[in-house]
Write a protein that binds this ligand. Structure first.
Ligand SMILES: C[S@@+](CC[C@H](N)C(=O)[O-])C[C@H]1O[C@@H](n2cnc3c(N)ncnc32)[C@H](O)[C@@H]1O
Length: 410
């Protein structure tokens, strides 16, 4: 990419999750690495009207929900049970009668909460939980959770009502000391004390905004399935457009970012499970997902030459973790290669691909994600592979986001 072109690209917050906050269901819960509805809309607008759409890395289901709002049929995949649950709650159609049932159930739960404060209630086994919530706030959240379970069931249960739980997730974050000003979550120095009335008023207000935004029915259909994108099976259906943003090779762990929700919703019950889940995640890096890298090696697959060069440069850096991080980068692209090898199982001939990806740096060595993925695509028989910069990521001059496009000839 010529420097002139790089210098002209701005940070474009309209192309990030920030743009989604005010967009109804898209703004329910925030995941910083989510991409923007605007970007997805632009891509869908350029495709045939009734194209069926796939997002193999669902995250907060931005692609699938945007597609369903636009009238298309879309499916997305993820391996994170919380995100699969959230995506499906976001992509469902709700009636006014249903919204009223949720309102009534929540009113009953709120009425029960003060009486539950005097008993010992379950709390999530989150490490250093007192950094997140003061003891007063935590007591109220735990009591409200018990009351909500009585009305709606546990979130992971089939019968459970997702809307009340999505609102609870928002409440948990809004009453916490977590701040989202960076790529990953940080903490403010103090936790606030929220009394029961304050928490339940805030919960009711959040619920109102959630119910308001699900009032407009979806025209199309969207669904999130539990599928490991590294081994996509034949499914008896095929897609003509792939719009996705896989994890970037930057050591962000989605499980780690989502841990308050995942523990409160009981999608995660102990720390070891988190490392196991992150080992399945491409680019995962939490706990054992990093320690296992020391014994991991690629399984004889032919990989892009540009990847071998990059990994060699990182490994040769005179730094303590050079070899470990070189293996991290190698595994990331190895997993992406597996993904691209199995993707044709669900592609229509001529399917168009858009991969929104970011580059990264390790000890000053740039990892040229679009070039490496592009080479993987060409090796696997994808055609018309191209990439263009769509925005600058942050103040680090070297970091950009790209749209890598290709076509599956079939
Ligand atoms: C960058 S996020 C996607 C963000 C999404 N575009 C959005 O707007 O919210 C990448 C997602 O890929 C998922 N993922 C990681 N490894 C995966 C795998 N092996 N199979 C399926 N999904 C995976 C992660 O759980 C995460 O939700």
């Amino acid at each position: 990419m010529r420097n002139v072109e790089r210098d002209l690209v701005g940070q474009r917050s309209d192309l990030t999750f920030k743009h989604n906050k005010s967009l109804g269901r898209h703004g329910w819960l925030r995941l910083t690495p989510a991409y923007s509805v605007k970007l997805v809309k632009e891509i869908i607008a350029g495709a045939p009207v009734d194209v069926s759409i796939l997002d193999p890395f669902s995250g907060t289901a931005t692609t699938t929900l945007t597609a369903a709002e636009h009238g298309n049929t879309a499916v997305s995949f993820d391996i994170n049970p919380f995100l699969i649950w959230l995506g499906n709650v976001k992509c469902r159609s709700y009636t006014a009668a249903h919204a009223q049932e949720v309102r009534d159930g929540v009113a009953a739960a709120i009425a029960k909460t003060p009486a539950l404060l005097s008993q010992h209630n379950w709390r999530p086994p989150l490490f250093n939980i007192e950094r997140w919530w003061s003891s007063t706030t935590l007591e109220v959240l735990a009591a409200l959770r018990v009351a909500l379970v009585q009305e709606f069931g546990e979130p992971a249960e089939e019968r459970a009502d997702g809307l009340a739980w999505v609102a609870f997730c928002r409440l948990v974050i809004e009453t916490s000391s977590a701040a989202f000003n960076h790529v990953s979550m940080s903490f403010s120095s103090e936790t606030a004390h929220y009394e029961v009335g304050h928490v339940t008023d805030l919960y009711s207000a959040i619920l109102d905004s959630v119910l308001l935004s699900c009032g407009s029915p979806l025209i199309g259909l969207g669904e999130v399935l539990e599928v490991d994108a590294r081994a996509i099976p034949e499914m008896g259906r095929r897609f003509g457009l792939v719009v996705t943003s896989p994890p970037y090779p930057n050591r962000i762990s989605y499980i780690r970012e989502l841990r308050p929700y995942m523990y409160w919703m009981k999608f995660l019950e102990e720390a070891r499970e988190a490392g196991e889940m992150d080992w399945k995640a491409i680019g995962g890096t939490w706990g054992i997902a990093t320690s296992r890298l020391t014994t991991w090696g690629p399984n004889g697959k032919l990989l892009p030459e540009v990847l071998t060069d990059t990994v060699g440069r990182i490994a040769a850096t005179d730094t303590k973790n050079a070899q470990l991080l070189a293996t991290y980068v190698l595994k990331y692209f190895y997993d992406m290669h597996l993904h691209l090898s199995s993707l044709p199982n669900v592609l229509e001939p001529g399917a168009e691909l858009h991969y929104i990806v970011g580059n990264s740096t390790f000890f000053g060595n740039v990892v040229d994600t679009p070039a490496i993925l592009g080479e993987s695509m060409r090796m696997l028989g994808y055609e018309d592979v191209e990439s263009k910069i769509i925005r600058k990521r942050n103040s680090n001059k070297a970091l950009f986001e790209y749209d890598v496009t290709a076509r599956w000839g079939g």
